[in-house]
Design a protein around this ligand. Structure first.
Ligand SMILES: Nc1nc2c(ncn2[C@@H]2O[C@H](COP(=O)(O)OP(=O)(O)OP(=O)(O)O)[C@@H](O)[C@H]2O)c(=O)[nH]1
Ligand SMILES: [Mg+2]
Length: 604
């Protein structure tokens, strides 16, 4: 009577709308929840937390820092934590659950199925994964189980960053044995798919056996013979191999013991199944590990070709308990040890990520310093408003290439870009030695200012004057690569006076100068002459204070909208300029080394 009631108890049945899927987004954004009915199930394979590496046929969202090929239990050869892995995760009745999707066109609720469901529902052991329910509304066939956030044994073993001492290994082995011994004694009685990826690690670092029972529900109508299918055969006992041609997993208790032998080898050598055979083909290699002798002996008995020679899990439990003496005798110590091991790995991970973060921060700061003056960028980064500011006296430099339009008509766009890039790279290197700020380049025009955002007394005129002389020097020896016979002709104009400066725009913030001084400087350039530095009276007055600049009166020049102004040519400076002479063009390699933004072309 009770059995019949148990069988007919349909509380395990779950409707699709009761399950919310966690839909992950790429790193940095939040996980969202959606009803199963609202999303294509195959697009929600989710990788969680951090430190993952992996790949999965169905995974599209990965927060991983790179993917590794191969399917199955997926993580982290190099990642630092055996963090949760690719499995579908959802929320059911407020708790996080692992969801296994079964491809089935039809499910009959018959006695066999109900019996199998009752069997797995009755499985309650610390080392077995809890069955929570199933959804059998075709085509949505799902099995919901307890979610194990730390991934599978396979993930832990493959993660080189995790050091596994013998205490830890013995606890993992002990957990497998306890779980399997319980299962063999339960109604389920046999596993059939015991593999390291079906041994999961829960949040308290306890290993739990998963994917047992439910044969009717999980057996596909047709076996798909892909790589994964053949990989799984590595855990199948030789006497069962012929049976694997039909769909489903052949299962016997002796077969499970054989699979356990393979898992033991995985734990001992951390190299996957048949590692010993693959690498050395003689048993000595195993002998060379620091593994307890008795454990090696147990492993060999478990994978014995003759099923009769394999011990039962009951016997294995006894053997493992004996070997365990000397290892993690105290449960609390054992747990603490496991926690410590994980914490150490976590520390390393945090350190690595912090380092990456500060590198990223530095890169974005550098990028900002390239588009805004450093003090202004720093103000913006600290969240301060950058107020427009009036500067009583600054010196503004403009230069322009004479005949640029004509040159463009005789060159390809690529040649023009290359040429401007060469030229501006040369200018940029020169101005780096002076207390100036490059405001912008507009086509062939180059605009520089000194005296802001940090005031420098009268130095601005001197800095710009010396810089202009250096630039002119460089222009004399500059070769236009695609027109080497042409002498580059630059017109330079300089003027000093008050300006207002501030950050304009929010999307592409720009530090701009406003005021008549800017217009006058620009007019000084346009009314200048090729290969000459044309300066205003105002700039001359400041330069005269230094007594070292050689100037020549040009005379009265009409400036559009300003009438006639007296202007001068700057010819040189008698005091030696302490700044290094024009550096040669850097090599392509040097450019690569200094350019942290590969998308910004820095020329050759
Ligand atoms: N982190 C985590 N991973 C899980 C959980 N359940 C399953 N996985 C992993 O998800 C992947 C897919 O699991 P399954 O669908 O069971 O496939 P499988 O284990 O390769 O094959 P089966 O033998 O058929 O179970 C495997 O790598 C499992 O290790 C879980 O609760 N937590
Ligand atoms: Mg599995």
């Amino acid at each position: 009577m009770r059995l019949a009631a148990d069988l007919n108890n349909m509380r395990w049945k779950i409707r699709p709308e009761e399950v919310l899927l966690e839909v992950g987004r790429p790193f940095g954004s939040k996980t969202g929840l959606q009803k199963i009915t609202e999303v294509d199930f195959y697009t929600v394979m989710l990788s969680q937390d951090f430190g993952l590496k992996g790949n999965c046929e169905n995974c599209i969202f990965s927060q991983s820092f790179g993917l590794r090929s191969g399917r199955g239990s997926i993580t982290s050869c190099n990642s630092l934590l055996p963090s949760p892995v690719f499995t579908t995760v959802g929320i059911y009745k407020g708790s996080r659950v692992a969801i296994k999707k079964i491809s089935k066109k039809k499910v009959d609720i018959n006695k066999k199925l109900l019996w199998e469901i009752k069997q797995v529902r009755d499985v309650t052991h610390e080392n077995t994964v809890r069955f929570l329910g199933a959804c059998i509304e075709c085509p949505t066939v799902l099995i919901l189980t307890e979610y194990c956030p730390k991934g599978s044994l396979k993930d832990v073993l493959e993660n080189e960053a995790i050091q596994l001492d013998w205490n830890f290994r013995m606890s993992l082995i002990h957990d497998v044995v306890k779980g399997m011994n319980y299962l063999h004694g339960s109604e389920v009685s046999v596993h059939g798919k015991l593999r390291s990826c079906n041994c999961l690690i829960d949040g308290r670092f306890v290993l739990k056996i998963s994917d047992f029972g439910l044969t009717t529900l999980t057996t596909p109508t047709e076996a798909i013979k892909d790589t994964n299918y053949y990989l799984k055969l590595l855990w199948v006992a030789p006497e069962l191999l012929p049976l694997t041609i039909i769909p489903g997993s052949p299962a016997t208790q002796k077969g499970d013991v054989y699979s356990f032998g393979i898992i033991l080898e995985e734990i001992i050598l951390r190299g996957g199944p048949f590692q010993a055979a693959r690498q050395f083909l003689d048993s000595q290699v195993v002998g060379r590990t620091d593994c307890p002798e008795d454990l090696l002996d147990l492993m060999e008995r478990c994978w014995s070709d003759n099923p009769e020679e394999r011990p039962t899990f009951e016997a294995i439990r006894g053997t493992v308990r004996c070997i365990m003496k000397g290892y993690c005798e105290n449960l609390m110590d054992d747990l603490l040890r496991r926690m410590e091991q994980y914490a150490n790995n976590l520390e390393a991970l945090v350190e690595e990520k912090t380092d990456q973060l500060s590198q990223e921060k530095r890169r974005s700061e550098e990028l900002l310093y390239q588009v805004l003056p450093r003090p202004v960028a720093q103000q913006l980064m600290s969240g301060e408003m950058v107020q427009p500011e009036q500067f009583e006296s600054v010196t503004v430099y403009f230069s322009d290439i004479v005949g640029f339009t004509a040159l463009c008509t005789k060159s390809t766009p690529m040649q023009v870009v290359d040429f401007l890039n060469d030229l501006y790279s040369t200018f940029d290197r020169i101005i780096g030695f002076y207390d100036v700020y490059k405001v912008e380049t507009i086509g062939d025009a180059y605009m520089v200012v000194s005296g802001l955002p940090e005031r420098n007394g009268d130095e601005h005129a001197k800095e710009i004057g010396l810089m202009a002389l250096r630039i002119l020097d460089a222009v004399h020896s500059f070769t236009i690569k695609h027109k080497p016979e042409n002498q580059l002709k630059l017109r330079i104009g300089i003027h000093s006076g008050p300006v207002c400066a501030g950050v304009v725009g929010q999307r592409m913030p720009h530090y701009c100068l406003f005021g008549d001084t800017v217009n006058t400087a620009s007019r000084m350039e346009s009314t200048g002459q090729p290969l000459k530095i044309h300066i205003s009276d105002a700039t001359k007055d400041i330069l005269d204070k230094f007594g070292t600049f050689k100037l020549e009166l040009r005379g009265e020049v009409e400036l559009k909208g300003k009438g006639f102004l007296t202007t001068h040519w700057l010819l040189g400076c008698s005091a030696p300029d302490p700044r290094p002479s024009t550096p040669a063009l850097p090599s392509a390699q040097e450019v690569q080394d200094v350019n942290p933004y590969p998308l910004i072309y820095m020329g050759n």
